[in-house]
Each structure stands twice: as C-alpha cells, then as structure tokens.
Design a protein around this ligand. Structure first.
Ligand SMILES: O=C(O)C1=C[C@@H](OP(=O)(O)O)[C@@H](O)[C@H](O)C1
Ligand SMILES: C=C(OP(=O)(O)O)C(=O)O
Length: 428
C-alpha cells in the first residue's frame, strides 16, 4: 500500500493555484452528453478516478468518448442509439456514479449489471432502488437490492411524485434522470436544499426542468442535445487549501476559478464564522454556475456549531473543517451529519480516530463530532482507510504538526484530486 511521509512546514503557504474541475459537475456533464444527440465538448473535466468510471460506463453503452488530458469530446447519438452493455459495469469507488447511473440503467430498455469496490459495496443503494421501483423499475441484488452488485432488467418507467426523506443530491439526480427516461411527469420534492447541479445543467443540454420552491418537475421522453461546457473548479478540493492557509501562520493563498454555487459554498461560510480572513468574489457564470476567485489568509479561529440545512451544503468538507476546528478556540460541534457514516468510509470514526492519533481532542456522536480546541498536533500516522478526503485531511494536518505525518494509502487521493500533491508542493 502506498504511503507518504510529510514534514511540518517552516513558513506559510503562498501563491495562486487553480484546483481541478468539479467532481459533481464532471459526472453530470458526461452523463448528459452521452445521452445527447450531437458532439459535446467538455473542458476542465475532472480526471479523478471516480469521473473516469462514469466515462467508462458510457463507453460500455457504445458511446464514443475521446479524452485528451482534461478535455472530453463525447459523440452522442441519442438515447435510442445506446447499445446494451455486454460486460458488468464497474462503478469503482464512486457513489455518485452508482446512484446517478442507477436512475439511468433502470430506465433504459436493456439488461445491465453493475458492481463497485469493497467500500462502495457497503454503501446503501436502497435509497435509490426503492423510489425507482415505485416508478416500475426491476432491480435485483443482495438484501432486496440494498447493496451492489445490482442487476437492472430495463423496464418502462412511469413518472411519479417523490417526497424525499433524506437530503441527497445523488438520490434527487437519480430520480430526475429516471424521470427523463420515464413516461409522464416526475416530480421530486426536496426536504432540504441539496446541490442543484443536475437541475442547473440539464437545461443547457436542452432538457426542460421546472422548479417551484422545493419541487422539481421533469417531463419524460425529452431527447437531450449536445452542448459545450467548461467545468468550474471544485470547491470541495479547494476546501483543503482554504483550510491549510487559514490554519498555517503567515499564509496567503488565492484559488482561482472555483465554483461558488450557493448550494455548495458552505465551507466558505463555516470558515468565515470561525473568523478566517476569506474573500470569495464571483466574477463570471458558467451556464448558471457562479465562478470566482477565493483569497484566504491565516487567522486566529474560534469554535462554531454546524447543524441543520448547512450540513448538506458542506457535507464532503466536514473532515477538513474538523481539522480547522482542532486549531480553533473553544468547542466545535457538528450535528445532523449522520450521512458521514455512509461515505467512502465512516467519516465520523475516521476523522476522530486520525485527528486523535495526532494529538487532537475529538469525540464522536451518532450524527457528528465534538472537537475541543485548540490542540497542538504532534505528528504520527493517518490511515486514510482508502478515503480520499481523509487522506487529504491528513496531508494538510502535517503542515502544522510538530513532527512528520505518514499518510497510509495516499493513492486514494486520485479519486477526486489527482494533482493534489503537486499543488501542495507548489504553495509551500
Ligand atoms: O450529487 C453529488 O454529486 C454528490 C452528492 C453528495 O452525496 P449525497 O447525495 O449522498 O449527499 C456528496 O457527498 C457527493 O460527494 C457528491
Ligand atoms: C462522498 C463522496 O463521493 P461519492 O459519494 O461520489 O463517492 C466524496 O467525494 O466525498
């Protein structure tokens, strides 16, 4: 297993970086382009392992997708021209591929099977399988199709009104995609705001989606049309550098061209509430997505409470915010975040275990974390448990530790941020 030893820094982080393309938007862009008629060009596509899984899935459906570095050219021939896949589809480690593609596989008139790695095979799939079955999907698998591997019979779906019971953009998106392939109208009623990239991007591919408050409606039978798109920088990747600069004395960093969608920018709010000197200015729109530069400098931080609706807005950033909280004055509380327990690993346990190994004082709760700060970190070993966000949290912790930090299984970082270490060394 690959590991790396990182030594503490002797000076602050300085410079200007541009993080890779947004993971959520990259997945969606290749799905929509592959279902489209015509040739789509996607630039700044995230070449992390997860998004490449989604590309591979559509190649299995016979879609010709060319890739040169972070540019994809997708030669769509329309939904009716997709071919039945002859091999099982491999979703790897990617929850987004698994959930969104379940909506697609359920509604295409083909038999398909799909599997994932050990981590993904433990993550709940009933959250998409159950509402898809209510639309007429035939899906089978272990424990009433609650886990991968899954088999999709490919049936005619009927539109339906779904009342969401969890806050999940993956489930919402799976149902909207199934709705696109279904007969009639599908409505998803959210029980809290989650990232809205699917609803924002589908119209760019010529698909009509109507939004009234928390209700999203999509009419089945629409044929998406090719589009051109530049993917904004990923705020979830930027979060590691924002936090690094906020907790490392004498730092000042600028991160350019980051997606600042208000359903995703909770990490900026959280760092601001902690007292970080942080400025995010949108300077342009890519489609309906605001994009801007973020400037952040070292500050003395204070503890905060994160709960309620803000949680979905920063769910993937909680590990790195927890590291910031170890350096903040007072007790930081993270509540309403039990979703963290069903990510690539149980992130409640993984964050607490690893930060405590380094000398922090972190307690676990069923739905979150309690972090007592500030505590100096003394170095040691961080076990990523194969989870990219835990690996990157450990790497950023090394900057302010008094002794080296070893990251076990560092290669998992390639899942969402293949050039993470290049960027880190660039700003040191
Ligand atoms: O829709 C998406 O692209 C994502 C939604 C979130 O998951 P949930 O829908 O499970 O909250 C997030 O954690 C994941 O990294 C990406
Ligand atoms: C949870 C994540 O991704 P996914 O659900 O796509 O595996 C993540 O990127 O932090």
């Amino acid at each position: 297993m690959s590991s790396v030893e990182l030594v503490p820094v002797t000076k602050g982080l300085q410079g200007v970086i541009e993080v890779p393309g947004d993971k959520s938007i990259s997945h969606r862009s290749v799905i929509f382009a592959s279902l489209s008629e015509g040739t789509s060009k996607i630039t700044n596509f995230l070449t992390g392992e997860d998004c490449l899984r989604t590309v591979e899935v559509f190649r299995n459906f016979g879609v010709e997708i060319e890739r040169e570095e972070d540019t994809l050219v997708v030669h769509g021939k329309g939904i009716a021209s997709l071919k039945e896949p002859i091999s099982p589809l491999n979703f790897g480690n990617s929850g987004t591929t698994a959930r969104l593609m379940s909506g697609v596989l359920a509604g295409l008139p083909y038999f398909s099977t799909a599997y994932g790695d050990a981590s993904l095979s433990k993550r709940p799939m009933d959250r998409v399988v159950m509402p898809l079955k209510e639309m007429g999907a035939e899906i089978s698998g272990r424990q009433e199709a609650s886990y991968l591997p899954l088999a999709f019979a490919g049936t005619t779906l009927t539109g339906k009104v779904h009342h969401m019971t969890i806050k999940s953009a993956q489930v919402k998106s799976a149902l909207l995609l199934a709705g696109l392939l279904a007969e009639g109208t599908t409505t998803v009623i959210e029980n809290g705001r989650t990232r809205n990239h699917t609803e924002m991007l589908l119209p760019q591919f010529g698909v009509e989606v109507s939004i009234e408050g928390s209700e999203i409606h999509i009419e089945g039978g629409q044929q998406p049309q090719a589009s051109e798109l530049r993917v904004p920088g990923d705020i979830s990747s930027a979060a590691f550098f924002l936090t690094a600069a906020a907790i490392t004395p004498d730092s000042e960093l600028i991160i350019k061209n980051v997606g600042l969608n208000p359903t995703r920018n909770g990490v900026i709010q959280a760092l601001e509430l902690m007292g970080a000197e942080i400025e995010a200015v949108p300077h342009t729109y890519i489609g309906k997505e605001p994009v801007g530069d973020i400037k952040v400098s070292y500050s003395i931080l204070n503890a905060i409470t994160l709960e309620g609706d803000l949680i979905a807005n920063l769910i993937d950033e909680i590990p790195i915010i927890a590291l910031a909280a170890t350096q903040a004055e007072g007790t930081t509380v993270v509540k309403d975040a039990k979703e963290l327990r069903v990510k690539e690993t149980d992130r409640v346990e993984a964050v607490a275990y690893n930060l405590n190994q380094l000398g922090a004082k972190v307690e676990t709760r069923e739905d979150g974390l309690v972090i007592h700060g500030p505590t100096p970190l003394h170095g040691g070993e961080v076990d990523s448990y194969g989870d990219h966000r835990i690996g990157m949290m450990g790497a950023i912790a090394s900057l302010i530790s008094t002794a080296p930090v070893t990251i076990k299984d560092k290669d998992c970082i390639n899942i969402s941020y293949p050039n993470f270490f290049d960027h880190l060394y660039q700003v040191l």
